[in-house]
Design a protein around this ligand. Structure first.
Ligand code: NAD
Length: 256
């Protein structure tokens, strides 16, 4: 059976380990026939991501810390040299300090606020600027967001504000890049136990609440997020841009 992403080349940023949402997305993209390029954040992650990349048959595994303009430039140059072009990009990156995900939001430091914005929101703009010239036939950029962007979720704090900026960036980028047939969307995933999520104080309580109250009465499976990313990256999603799609067992529709 032909794959939904046959003949497409996908860059996936944000695989740290097997629990990463980006890893589930890479598996689904591979299943659907995409050629894969993965990135890792720094030397500490390199061997793990290289191993995962080998398992997935990734063509390239490259380093890229999105806070470093020079690393983004190097990534763009390496992709330009090695690939005929790029069709899909997944941005699955966020960071805030543990302190800022546990104390009252009002106590967020200036440096913690700026760090969360830089890594979790501005990086989408920087990545889009790097990859757009390589997406010569148009394409799809997908990022990951969370309900904390628009509702107060205990301890999500500074990350909620960064996700609000990220979602606004999705709309502005969709408008800028639409004439080049590059679509930009976000998936708002329900909570999933990953390394990043564990940084949020009392995260387990969030999982329990969702399982109890979501219309589907369960938590989100990373594979569900990944299949929605496949839809957005494939030609099936060709009319969708500037959107936030919830993959959260329906939790966001509930008032109480
Ligand atoms: P994860 O910890 O597996 O992934 C986060 C990734 O961000 C890691 O690969 C990390 O290396 C990368 N990263 C952080 N700083 C970076 C930098 N300076 N340069 C390059 N990469 C950097 O956790 P995850 O839950 O899979 O997170 C992926 C995305 O999904 C994030 O945007 C997160 O906010 C979002 N999300 C997660 C959940 C959840 O409950 N897990 C829910 C909704 C949205």
């Amino acid at each position: 059976m032909p794959g939904l992403l046959d003949a497409k080349t996908a860059l996936i940023l944000g695989v740290a380990n097997r629990w990463s949402l980006a890893y589930a997305i890479a598996q689904a993209f591979r299943r659907e026939g995409a050629r894969l390029v993965l990135t890792y954040q720094g030397e500490r992650q390199r061997s793990t991501v290289e191993e995962l990349g080998a398992e997935l048959g990734a063509e390239l595994v490259l380093g890229c810390d999105v806070t470093q303009e020079s690393e983004l430039e190097r990534l763009g140059a390496a992709l330009g040299e090695s690939l005929p072009g790029l069709d899909c990009v997944v941005h699955s990156i966020a960071f805030a300090t543990r302190e800022d995900l546990s104390r009252p939001f009002v106590e967020t430091s200036r440096s913690g606020y700026l760090l969360a914005q830089e890594v979790s929101s501005y990086s989408l703009v920087a990545v889009a600027r790097t990859v757009a010239p390589l997406m010569r036939q148009g394409g799809s950029i997908v990022t990951l967001t969370y309900l904390g962007a628009s509702r107060v979720v205990p301890n999500y704090n500074v990350m909620g504000v960064a996700k609000a900026a990220l979602e606004a960036a999705v709309r502005y980028l969709a408008s800028d890049l639409g004439p080049s047939n590059i679509r930009v969307n976000a998936i708002s995933a329900g909570p999933v136990k990953t390394a990043s999520a564990r940084g949020v104080k009392d995260f387990i309580k969030v999982l329990d609440t969702v399982a109890e109250r979501a219309p589907l009465r369960r938590n989100t499976d990373p594979a569900e997020v990944a299949d929605t990313a496949v839809f957005l990256a494939s030609d099936l999603g060709r009319g969708v841009t500037g959107n936030i799609i919830f993959v959260d067992a329906g939790f966001q529709v509930m008032g109480l």
